[in-house]
Design a protein around this ligand. Structure first.
Ligand SMILES: *Cc1c(COP(=O)(O)O)cnc(C)c1O
Length: 399
């Protein structure tokens, strides 16, 4: 049986009873693949002296934090709750937080969890920077190098015109004062999404052109996420060259905070077919899972997730549209083809499902949240958590 590298982790378990017994829909996190990614990232750290954090918005299944903490330097948070999760579940690591705007009523609590606090504007730096500094925090400002390196994904491009993310050099020159500059320990930029190191090279040049004069007075430079480092053909040598360049040129501690790269291809989504219907000679398999609820990036990005033993075009003999059971007409995962006919009850396995899934799903239409399993390095499936009616009900009311 030929396995795409995305599904390699299933090779030894695919015909076993453990997989057949799984109640679907469910996510399965592959411990071995996670470990592999962590090792790749850890080797970048040891070659370059940079520190790599887990961006929790992509993957926050904290049962795996003890494993990751042996390799990564800590966690990155998008706000109070993720900062707290990072502090609670990976306490030995650093906790970094970036938020487009912090709230007055949660800043004191945030100070309990975060080690690095990154502001998105000079107003926010002026408002909270002194307080954070007096609590011993390392203070950063997110800059916007105005250098778009991606096309077609404007919602994932913080450098798109009109972006709210990061301070441009123009605004910096108007608003920065010597007192505020003195508060700053570091600069932060995050402009990439699923990109290789050539895009980082282009971006770093733009950062140097726009902010090269202030970097020598900084202690650290955080290059954000979006680095697809654990993808098999990623150019790690160029990444390492750039990380060393920044460290030597400006004397900064370099940070990266990838989300995707930490858990890339380290999870699967198991679903079963409930029914097959037909419309204008298109055969449509209705699954017990939903793109809108359980893999929202399929619709948001959009993209077609890899599916085991299927082609994502019509190159195989039997074609089916795969769709969810919700009332949303567009709850469609995509049109795939197979070597054999599908029938109700068949299990389908989507790949690369650890990232932006478990932390992003929802109960639209009253859909249940999928259970989450671990596929251990020993090949054993272990249920980490399950969900039911209460999880649907209690986010809507209190009685
Ligand atoms: C989304 C995000 C990340 C992680 O991005 P990935 O694409 O998952 O690597 C890191 N830092 C910030 C500020 C982000 O917004």
């Amino acid at each position: 049986m030929i396995m795409n590298h995305i599904f390699e982790g299933l090779t030894s378990v695919i015909d076993g009873d453990g997989i057949k017994a799984l109640k679907t829909p469910c996510y399965v996190i592959d411990e071995k693949r996670l470990l592999h990614n962590a090792e790749v990232l850890s080797s970048v750290m040891s070659h370059t002296g940079c520190k790599i954090l887990l961006a929790q918005k992509a993957f926050s299944n904290y049962d795996f934090y003890p494993l990751l903490s042996g390799y990564l330097a800590g966690t990155e948070a998008s706000g109070l709750y993720e900062a707290r999760l990072g502090k609670e579940e990976m306490p030995e690591g650093e906790v970094h937080v970036f938020c487009a705007a912090y709230r007055d009523d949660e800043f004191d609590e945030l100070l309990k969890y975060a080690d690095h606090i990154v502001f998105n504007s000079i107003h926010q730096l002026a408002k909270f920077g002194g307080l954070a500094k007096s609590h011993g925090k390392s203070i950063g400002l997110r800059i916007n190098p105005e250098c778009s390196t991606q096309e077609g994904h404007e919602i994932y491009d913080p450098c798109a015109p009109g972006s709210r993310l990061g301070v441009t050099r123009g605004v910096w020159d108007e608003e920065m004062t010597p007192d505020l500059l003195a508060l700053l320990d570091g600069l932060h930029f995050h402009t990439l999404c699923e990109q290789d190191s050539d895009a980082l090279e282009t971006t770093l040049k733009a950062v140097e052109e726009k902010f090269g004069d202030v970097l020598p007075s900084m202690k650290w430079l955080n290059m954000g996420g979006g680095h697809h480092i654990t993808k098999p053909d990623y150019d790690i040598a160029t990444l390492e060259k750039l990380l060393i360049y920044a460290r030597e040129k400006w004397g900064v501690q370099v940070y990266l905070e990838p989300g995707e790269a930490v858990a890339l291809n380290a999870g699967y989504f198991m679903t079963r077919i409930l029914d097959i219907v037909e419309n204008n000679s298109i055969k449509i398999a209705i699954l017990d899972s939903s793109a809108a609820c359980h893999m929202p990036d399929v619709i948001e990005m959009p993209y077609m997730p890899p599916l085991l033993h299927a082609a994502s075009d019509s190159s195989k003999q039997y074609s089916y549209r795969l769709a969810g059971p919700t009332c949303l007409s567009g709850d469609v995962i995509g049109d795939y083809s197979f070597d054999h006919e599908l029938k109700a009850g068949d299990m389908l396995i989507f790949g690369d499902m650890a990232i932006y899934t478990t932390c992003k799903n929802n109960t639209f239409n009253g859909m249940p949240l999928p259970d989450i399993y671990k596929l251990g390095a020993d090949g054993i499936f272990e249920k980490l958590t399950d969900f039911g009616y209460d999880d649907f009900k209690y986010r809507l009311g209190r009685s």
